[in-house]
Design a binder for this molecule. Structure first.
Ligand SMILES: [Cu+2]
Length: 477
């Protein structure tokens, strides 16, 4: 049997999309992360714990998770409510829980200064007040984020306004509204997960050879003969996906990171970089099975020809006995596209640097950091700049030779331009993470405070770049 594992491995050797097999045998049904619905109670509990997970049906791996051995539950909370979270850390090292995409003040943002010690508890009140969206949460300890996420300290968080039925959007969790956490992993010969970081991984980010969806390998999703919503999270450390459906049918993008668009955008191909989320509708009313694939499996433009290759992410099969709830694509979504004033603003420039060649040795010699922003590797004790509360700013981010997903805490932003032209279609909505491939201009308004003690972060979401110094911090007051 051809397994997915062999396919990602083959992908880097240049297997073309057309050679992808039809749905393989013996897949197990895809499971959703357990749903923790806190829309009514306004409170939830997360316990960071260690466990063991058998990913490949061979030897078990030591893993971490929230409330379970690997990854965490899907938290569903109201998009407008004070949410009481209770985080317990039963691991033997400090963690944090960052609410990626949540517009909450710096003092509950869960960044690297907000550690939860072994055996300790953290009880933040999250004043959630923003449009419905698919967010996520993960540990964010400086220098260890890559390993923590790899071990499993991550999960999806849905902000719900309860209006999806009115919009004609699928919303039945695990039936026509699927949460898909995409991760690539590497395993040793016995099937145990490996996270070994050599110089190559430090430079390029960690890439695996095996696809996991929701922590499962080689699974199959069963869907009704209707319209199905996929909430996609790239929870990989470094892999950038170029998603497509195997028969060429479009994915209809309905939401970017920070909420719904005004109307769906049909995309034959969609990039999803680490940290990014996207909600798409897939039309199964023709009853045909299809496979979600990635047609670009390399992380960087530096990898050259190997990048034109394909790998299976997840096959879908239509079960005609399931009664579809939605059979028409929604036309109007009720969301809005960002339109911030673009002139007369404070302008900041960010160059994302990675040391190469001799520079690499020099940088390693000086600070131990391979990566930096504007030449300065992240320093916990240095606030890089201060933003005035209520200010709109224009940030110009340049990525150099590699592609970097740039994430900012505490704001949603508008992509004003990419490489001097209009943003790509998929980047027209409100975002909190954007893949910078060349240069991107971003506009954002800072409506929430962050102190010197608990500042906001901005960083590359290739976790080995972030851990290696490609991060900075700022206050808002
Ligand atoms: Cu990067």
């Amino acid at each position: 049997m051809t397994t997915r594992r062999k396919f990602l491995a083959g992908a880097s050797a240049g297997i073309a999309l057309s050679t992808l097999p039809t749905i393989a045998q013996a897949q197990t049904p895809l499971a959703m992360p357990p749903l923790l619905d806190a829309t009514k109670t306004g409170r939830f509990d997360l316990t960071a714990q260690s466990g063991s997970t058998n990913f490949l049906g061979q030897a078990a791996s030591n893993t971490w998770g929230f409330n379970q051995p690997y990854l965490g539950p899907t938290l569903r909370v109201s998009h407008k409510n004070e949410v009481q979270a209770r985080i317990k850390n039963t691991l033997d090292e400090e963690i944090s829980v960052h609410w990626h995409g949540a517009l909450v003040p710096g003092d509950v943002d869960g960044g690297p200064h907000q550690t939860v010690a072994p055996g300790a508890q953290w009880n933040p009140t999250l004043p959630i007040n923003q449009p419905a969206a698919t967010l996520w949460y993960h540990s964010h300890i400086h220098g260890h984020t890559g390993r923590h996420v790899q071990m499993g300290l991550a999960g999806v968080m849905q902000l719900s306004d309860g209006l999806d039925d009115q919009r004609g959007l699928p919303s039945l969790y695990g039936v026509d509204d699927l949460t898909l956490v995409l991760q690539d992993r590497r395993f040793d010969r016995r099937g145990r997960a490996e996270y070994s970081i050599g110089m190559h991984e430090q430079m390029m980010g960690f890439a695996g050879d095996t696809m996991l969806v929701n922590g499962q390998e080689n699974t199959l999703a069963t869907v009704p003969r209707g319209v199905v919503r996929l909430r996609l999270l790239n929870g990989s450390n470094a892999r950038i996906y170029a998603l497509a459906l195997s028969d060429g049918r479009p994915m209809h993008l309905v939401a970017s990171e920070a909420g719904l668009l005004d109307q769906p955008i049909a995309l034959k191909q969609m990039t999803l970089a680490p940290g990014e989320r996207a909600e798409v509708l897939v039309d199964f009313t023709n009853g045909r099975d299809v496979t979600l694939v990635t047609i670009l499996s390399s992380n960087t433009s530096m990898s050259g020809p190997g990048s034109k290759s394909g790998a299976i992410i997840l096959p879908f099969t239509v079960d005609p006995t399931l009664k579809p709830r939605i059979t028409k694509l929604a036309k109007s979504l009720g969301g809005s596209l960002p339109q911030l004033p673009g002139t007369g603003l404070t302008r900041r420039e960010f160059t994302l640097n990675s040391a190469m060649g001799g520079g690499m040795m020099r940088m390693m010699g000086n600070s131990g950091n391979l990566h930096s922003i504007n030449g300065a590797p992240f320093d916990m004790a240095t606030i890089n700049f201060d933003v005035i509360l209520g200010a709109t700013e224009r940030w110009v981010v340049a990525g150099g030779m590699m592609m970097h997903p740039f994430h900012i805490h505490g704001v949603s932003f508008q992509v004003l331009s990419e490489n001097g032209g209009p943003p790509r279609l998929q980047n027209r909505g409100w975002k909190d993470t954007v893949l910078v491939n060349g240069q991107a201009e971003l506009l954002m308004r800072f409506d929430l405070p962050a102190s010197r003690e608990l500042p906001y972060m901005y960083h590359c979401h290739i976790l080995e770049h972030e851990d290696g110094g490609m991060m900075g911090q700022f206050t808002v007051s």
